[in-house]
Design a protein around this ligand. Structure first.
Ligand SMILES: [Zn+2]
Length: 223
């Protein structure tokens, strides 16, 4: 099963992706990791990308798209979950063309929808446990609220992640995601139209519920 995943930072997309990965044995392919692997591994595409990154420039689509495709083909033989790419309509269109050229299937496109103000609150509400990064604590989410200011799992000390506390950094990421004309949501709409033409399946989930309820809905929709 091949899935393309959309959702803003703060929507719980990472958690849902990890659960899907475990349940179906999918390769969870995240855009940042694609860059790190190609550049760290010194591939031809990685070398080209590094020139742009070192200059502080965006890596052009002519390099990014083949990198994504190569990773889907090399790691995703048993199914993949692509997360964090594409981020605009041009990338979406090119990715779709290349997926077809490579005879890959795109079985589902999943969007976790969440109002921007709630997504931001959730990001700023995240707390890290000093004993275990995987202990979920969030002062904005009832189900995983810290207990008396301490980790709800182990009672450890909590701290806020510095990048999470930076409201401006959150806004910058969300400016790209929530842009329905030129941003990530525009890319999602591109795939929604493809689904209307019967080319793929589009699953839209309300991200306001709790993690398990959203997962249950997602699994039911994937049957
Ligand atoms: Zn803990």
């Amino acid at each position: 099963m091949n899935i393309l995943f959309f959702g803003p930072n703060g929507s719980g997309k990472g958690t849902q992706g990890a659960l899907l990965k475990k349940k179906f044995g999918l390769a969870h392919i995240e855009s940042g990791a694609i860059f790190r692997e190609h550049i760290g591994g010194g591939s031809e595409l990685g070398k080209k990308a590094k020139v742009f990154i070192d200059r502080g420039d965006l890596v052009p689509d002519e390099i990014t798209i083949p990198m994504v495709l190569e990773t889907l083909k090399s790691k995703g033989a048993n199914g993949w979950l692509l997360d964090g790419f594409p981020r605009n309509t041009a990338q979406a269109r090119k990715l779709w063309e290349e997926i077809q050229k490579a005879c890959l299937k795109l079985d589902y496109v999943v969007e976790i929808a969440l109002p921007r103000d709630i997504a931001k609150k959730r990001i700023l509400g995240r707390r890290l446990c000093k004993n275990d990064n995987n202990h979920p604590n969030n002062v904005q989410i009832e189900a995983i609220k810290p207990v008396n200011g301490k980790c709800r799992v182990c009672g450890g000390e909590l701290s806020a992640r510095s990048d999470d506390l930076d409201g401006q950094a959150v806004d910058k990421r969300h400016d790209i995601y929530y842009d329905e004309e030129n941003g990530t949501l525009a890319a999602a709409r591109f795939f929604k139209r493809l689904a209307e033409q019967g080319e793929t399946n589009y699953i839209e989930l309300n991200g306001e519920g709790d993690i398990q309820a959203i997962m249950d809905k997602l699994l039911a929709a994937l049957e």
